[in-house]
Design a protein around this ligand. Structure first.
Ligand code: FDM
Length: 212
């Protein structure tokens, strides 16, 4: 423990294809951290509870149609509307486990053919994650797991394009965890990564902004 009176929380982002196990692993991490005495919350994007989020949800369930650029900017706006709360939570010591973030935003929109730099631009200035964890699984293996819902992007051909776009975005700072292992093995590796990350932030690692 350092001498700092208040230590900030960590911004931990989990990314991956549909059916990679993101959501269930995210929800296991929060009680794990709390058990370690770390204040933690589970967040997810899109946050479908806001007005913007409801518009996004209608699009994803095919209840409405929107131009590709328009929906891209709405996904980004949905992160911007949560930015100040996110900053407050982090600065007051709460660690956030975030199920999808700007990387989903860029990967899914560029998979439709939008220019990647154009896709990244509206994300500039959002808080940068302290770590991005990618749950790696091939689109074919993910599809075999079954249970794709009926939402707009849940189709093998599209998921293959998303996987390629994630590859372009990924850099050496990302922690890639093999999502084809047992749930417990994946969980154990995630626990190690988040424990290290929380410790680094406690020691005073500064918050930064995208894209960094
Ligand atoms: N998605 C998610 C995007 O296209 N852009 C974004 O910025 C985000 C955060 O929305 F297919 C896509 C990814 C996924 C869909 O995600 C809804 P969940 O995790 O299934 O709710």
């Amino acid at each position: 423990e350092g001498s700092k009176k208040e230590s900030r929380g960590a911004l931990i982002v989990i990314e991956g294809l549909d059916r990679s196990g993101k959501t269930s692993q995210c929800s296991r991490l929060v009680p794990f951290l709390e058990g370690q005495g770390v204040s933690a919350e589970l967040w997810r994007f899109p946050d479908r509870t806001t007005n913007v989020g409801q518009t996004i949800s209608a699009y994803l369930t095919n209840t409405s149609q929107l131009d590709d650029h328009t929906i891209h900017l709405l996904f980004s706006a949905n992160r911007w509307e949560k930015r100040s709360l996110m900053e407050t939570k982090l600065k007051t010591g709460t660690t956030l486990i975030v199920d999808r973030y700007s990387y989903s935003g860029v990967a899914f929109s560029s998979a439709k053919g939008l220019d990647i730099e154009w896709c990244k631009a509206p994300e500039i200035g959002l808080l940068a994650p302290d770590v991005v964890i990618y749950l790696g699984i091939s689109p074919e293996k993910a599809a075999e797991r079954g249970g794709y819902g009926g939402e707009r992007y849940e189709k093998l051909e599209f998921q293959k394009k998303v996987a390629d776009c994630y590859k372009v975005l990924r850099d050496d700072s990302w922690k890639v965890v093999d999502a084809c292992q047992s749930i417990e093995d994946v969980e154990k590796q995630l626990q190690e990564i988040v424990t290290d990350c929380v410790a680094e932030c406690r020691k005073g690692k500064p918050l930064s902004t995208l894209w960094s």
